[in-house]
Design a binder for this molecule. Structure first.
Ligand code: NAD
Length: 367
């Protein structure tokens, strides 16, 4: 296979690092990379050349590739230049927005969407959502610590003792659990809340307290994702979160429901009752945010509270996020590329779920 990597637009990450390029080349593939594509992740053109890849212009990469891998969906400008039957791998999120698929259907391309890989045990090593969420959870806590006008850990000093900071984590999925672990390492006292009861044990195993609201909707058939809750549940949840929030110094908000707007968990009133100097990092910002006042890609102050809306924190650690992304992609490609040959078997559960377009024919149907 001729595999191409382009420079990401407005993102420091690169979809394939030199080490993985080398492994693909060893498996009888060719790898083409746009010049400077790895620069912001600290992988130079020389690193790629030494790995056996060819460094080319953007247009040359598009012209010569049978498979294009990227972090963000291929720009529509590039789409019209790809060859017939090109395979595209990225995160297309068709459940959130079908408009890209509709445009792409004018071209005979095949699209494999990484966010559609089922969350089953054998696919764990391919899970880019987990890799990126884990970095985001870690970075959210570091960011909060940066803005917090006080210490995280408990300290006993000659000038008196300092109590530990209190952290509330909303949503104890991959990002939330990493946020808990990071906040614990920094010495704070952590509480976490999630609608999925399965999260309770994971939260407790990290040494945090699980905040529980009785009567959550059953999410067993949602493939590891959360489901929408009843109005009654939401009311009780709001009261309990408000009670916890006003005592917290930091809130890390990570709650998401796939394909829907993020649940609103922190109202303006709650923010106004929080202690001055407290910090909210809302990584659900791009889907509306868990906090009513969150503005996506902005850091705002509201009555002494700092609210950081950022869903792209993984991109702030481009070296490791590119490395993990590349490894996830490599594990995914092993399912359908062997010895340089492509075999897209739609009976394979992983391919069936992730292949949302085959040669211009839309396979994904919105439920
Ligand atoms: P996500 O990003 O979709 O959501 C983040 C968290 O928000 C989830 O834990 C969700 O339950 C929670 N949430 C949603 N609504 C909420 C509300 N109203 N209040 C509080 N919390 C709310 O989820 P994710 O982190 O990508 O994954 C969730 C889970 O999926 C993981 O913890 C894991 O159990 C499972 N998973 C399985 C695999 C696999 O087997 N391959 C891979 C990754 C994740």
């Amino acid at each position: 296979m001729r595999i191409g990597i382009l420079n990401e637009v407005n993102d420091a990450r690169v979809a394939l690092i030199p080490d993985i390029a080398k492994q693909l080349i060893n498996d009888n593939n060719q790898v083409f990379i746009e010049n400077d594509a790895g620069n912001s992740s600290f992988f130079s053109d020389k690193d790629y050349t030494e790995a056996g890849a060819k460094v080319l212009t953007r247009q040359q990469v598009i012209n010569q590739s049978e498979l294009l891998i990227s972090l963000h969906p291929l720009a529509e400008n590039d789409l019209k230049n790809v060859n017939n039957n090109t395979k595209l791998i990225s995160s297309y999120q068709p459940f959130a927005d079908m408009s890209y698929l509709e445009k792409a259907s004018s071209y005979p391309v095949t699209i494999l969407s990484l966010d559609m890989i089922p969350r089953i045990t054998i696919a764990q090593a391919m899970d880019i959502l987990s890799s990126m969420a884990s970095i985001a959870g870690y970075k959210a806590v570091l960011l909060a610590a940066n803005y917090l006008p006080r210490y995280f850990p408990m300290l006993t000093t000659a000038a008196g003792s300092i109590p530990p900071a209190k952290v509330l984590v909303l949503g104890a999925g991959v990002a939330g659990l990493q946020a808990i672990a990071t906040a614990k390492r920094l010495g704070s006292v952590v509480e976490a809340f999630d609608t999925r009861l399965a999260a309770k044990e994971e939260v407790q195993s990290l040494g945090a307290k699980f905040v529980e609201v009785e009567g959550a909707s059953d999410d067993k058939s949602a493939g590891g994702y959360a489901v929408e809750q009843t109005e009654d549940y939401k009311k009780r949840q709001t009261v309990l979160i408000q009670e916890k929030a006003v005592k917290s110094d930091i809130i890390i908000a990570t709650a998401q429901i796939r394909g829907r707007k993020a649940p609103l968990l922190i109202s303006k009133e709650t923010v106004e009752q929080m202690k001055p100097g407290s910090v909210i990092v809302d990584i659900a910002a791009s889907t509306g945010g868990n906090c009513e006042l969150t503005q996506n890609n902005k850091i705002i102050q509201h009555k002494g509270i700092t609210i950081i809306g950022n869903s792209e924190l993984a991109a702030t650690m481009p070296m490791h996020s590119s490395q993990l992304y590349s490894r996830n992609i490599f594990n995914f490609m092993k399912v359908f590329i062997k010895n340089g040959q492509l075999n897209l078997d739609l009976n394979n559960e992983i391919i069936k779920s992730s292949c949302i377009m085959l040669d211009g024919k839309q396979l994904y149907q919105k439920k």
